[in-house]
Design a protein around this ligand. Structure first.
Ligand SMILES: [Zn+2]
Length: 570
């Protein structure tokens, strides 16, 4: 019994040790992974950077503003996953290494011949450009420094760069690649742009305000920042906007760590070490979500709200809430650092003063009260919203209304933990009309976008994480198809590709299918210019006359087909 207890203590100690941030440096191999590019490494994005709805999971390495640079395997191993997607990492390779880590290379333009052949085979088998495959360890082994791909800009609207990640193979958690000895030149201090003070309960105040307050500060001779003295009372917290610039690049990257001390005692710490993808959405609790949505200002809160168990925080320090008492003074210091230890400190002197509050944040009371841990459903004019338990992170009054067929489901100022459903009664529409209907969200500039619409007889619904305005729209128009680099009836002996532009106003493109002589062909879709490209070298043409057919369907099922004949023999 004693022995078991001893082993348990020993093991738990080991686990604690390996999770300690300061020991992370020494617990990862620093000489194993080589640079994935042959050029000096300059970053346009750092690990843990605060992005839209997620933390950045790797390094964004600059590729001299161009595509086609050789991408090298960072260490020996085998290709364990290849994914091709219109969005996300675009064309990406995952290499699993024998030391328990997996490296990821994203936004690639093209795979190496061996990998390209392998993936094209899968794409033809599945008749889909978008695929995700998991090769066996014996299928595609790679050596260190082997060219695995050319760099590109695939996956959504990104410019040319290489996204590089190192993950723990078993847990799939991405780890800050800089822990592995990848050296980035950085001699500049990170910077603090904005300081916000938060009153965190109804009775608390900062400078007699109970609403978030921007606070001024100045730079001292020693480089530290000093905020103007504030009077405060009750539970308060702070938030900052910050960035880090690396050498040789103008990009505003993320910081590595943020610490907050109150009267010399550490009360809060964030460190960009490692996280799990399931935690990504907690970025919306780390940030002042409302400020981000309304003012486009990215404020990292230096306090942790009750439902935020993000592992990038040191939770042993409590939550960073500061309890200010009348008549006492507090010295608050926030220190941010980059990976090299360059830092910036801001000092905030706080004087405890219980004064009358001048402005407070009174919530608008509506009949639609939400308790975040309960199920709620509300209905108005044939439109139903249903919020499962834990859709939200907080209790509040929902602003829910229907006017001129537009439903308002609050405003997009609250982060959502899970999807909710929005259902429209469509029993008043004819069967023909119903076919063309879809649910659209309307943004603050009145632009509409298709929301995945599930149709069930007299009710259409969507499952979404968006708040704001929605309506039913009708799409009667077929998608358009334009041949770009060839015409019907043309000889294409010297051409290398067929290019077709597709577009759809209204519900948007749902799917496309290209064929030559009745067989599916791989057409690569570029979301940046809506162009589909077929590589004519994918096929050996034995006869001269060929029939090209393309079919494009929008999200409500309107389909357009175009046929063209071309001649090619080789
Ligand atoms: Zn990236």
């Amino acid at each position: 019994m004693k022995k078991q207890l001893f082993i348990f203590l020993f093991l738990s100690h080991l686990i604690v040790f390996s999770q300690d941030n300061n020991s992370l440096n020494s617990s990862y191999p620093t000489n194993y992974f080589k640079s994935p590019l042959n050029i000096p490494l300059i970053l346009s994005g750092t690990f843990g950077e605060l992005r839209t709805n997620h933390f950045h999971s790797g390094l964004d390495i600059k590729t001299n503003q161009r595509e086609g640079l050789q991408v090298l395997a960072s260490a020996e191993g085998y290709v364990s996953r290849i994914s091709v997607s219109h969005w996300g990492f675009g064309k990406a390779i995952y290499i699993t290494h024998p030391n328990g880590f997996t490296t990821v290379y994203g936004h690639l333009q093209k795979f190496s011949d061996r990998i390209e052949t392998y993936i094209k085979n899968e794409q033809y088998k599945k008749e889909s450009f978008e695929v995700q495959v998991f090769p066996l360890s014996t299928d595609l082994p790679v050596l260190q420094n082997e060219i695995i791909a050319l760099s590109g800009s695939t996956g959504g609207f990104v410019g040319p760069h290489l996204h590089f990640e190192i993950r723990d193979t078993k847990s799939e958690k991405p780890i800050n690649p800089l822990f592995f000895g990848i050296d980035i030149s950085d001699s500049k201090n990170p910077r603090i742009n904005t300081l916000i003070g938060y009153s965190l309960d109804e009775k608390s105040q900062i400078n007699r305000l109970n609403i978030p307050t921007q606070l001024s500060f100045k730079k001292l001779e020693n480089g530290d920042l000093l905020a103007n003295k504030i009077n405060a009372f009750g539970t308060i917290g702070f938030g900052i906007n910050s960035f880090d610039q690396l050498d040789n690049a103008a990009n505003l990257n993320g910081i590595f760590s943020l610490e907050m001390f109150v009267n010399g005692e550490k009360k809060h710490e964030f460190k960009a070490t490692s996280f799990s993808f399931s935690e990504s959405k907690l970025i919306n609790l780390l940030l002042d979500y409302e400020r981000l949505e309304i003012l486009n200002q990215r404020i990292q809160k230096c306090y942790i709200e009750p439902l935020n168990d993000l592992s990038l925080y040191d939770h042993s320090l409590k939550n960073g809430y500061i309890f200010v008492q009348d008549g006492l003074t507090y010295n608050v210091e926030i220190i941010i650092k980059d990976f090299k230890g360059n830092n910036q400190k801001i000092i905030i002197p706080v004087i405890g003063k219980d004064d009358t509050i001048l402005v407070s944040n009174t919530p608008k009371i509506t009949p639609y009260e939400i308790n975040y841990n309960q199920f709620h459903t509300f209905n108005k004019d044939g439109i139903t919203v249903a919020f499962p338990k834990f859709t939200f992170y907080q209790n509040f009054y929902l602003d829910f209304d229907v006017k001129d067929s537009v439903v308002k489901v609050h405003s997009p100022i609250l982060p959502l933990n899970n999807n909710y459903t929005l259902t429209f009664d469509v029993s008043n529409y004819s069967e023909g009309k119903k076919k063309q209907l879809y649910i659209a969200s309307i943004d603050d500039k009145k632009r509409t976008s298709y929301e995945t619409t599930v149709k069930k007889e007299n009710s259409f619904y969507t499952s979404t994480k968006k708040l704001g305005n929605f309506t039913l729209l009708s799409d009667e128009k077929k998608p358009t198809i334009t041949l770009l680099n060839f015409n019907d009836g043309q000889w294409l002996t010297n051409s290398t590709s067929l290019k077709v532009k597709i577009s759809d106003t209204g519900s948007g493109i749902h799917s496309y299918r290209g064929e030559i002589d009745g067989a599916w062909i791989l057409m690569e879709y570029n979301v940046k210019n809506s162009v589909l490209t077929y590589d004519l070298n994918d096929k050996i043409f034995t006869s001269a006359e060929h029939h090209f057919k393309i079919e494009v369907t929008d999200n409500v099922g309107n389909t357009n087909t175009m046929n063209a004949t071309f001649f090619r023999k080789k």
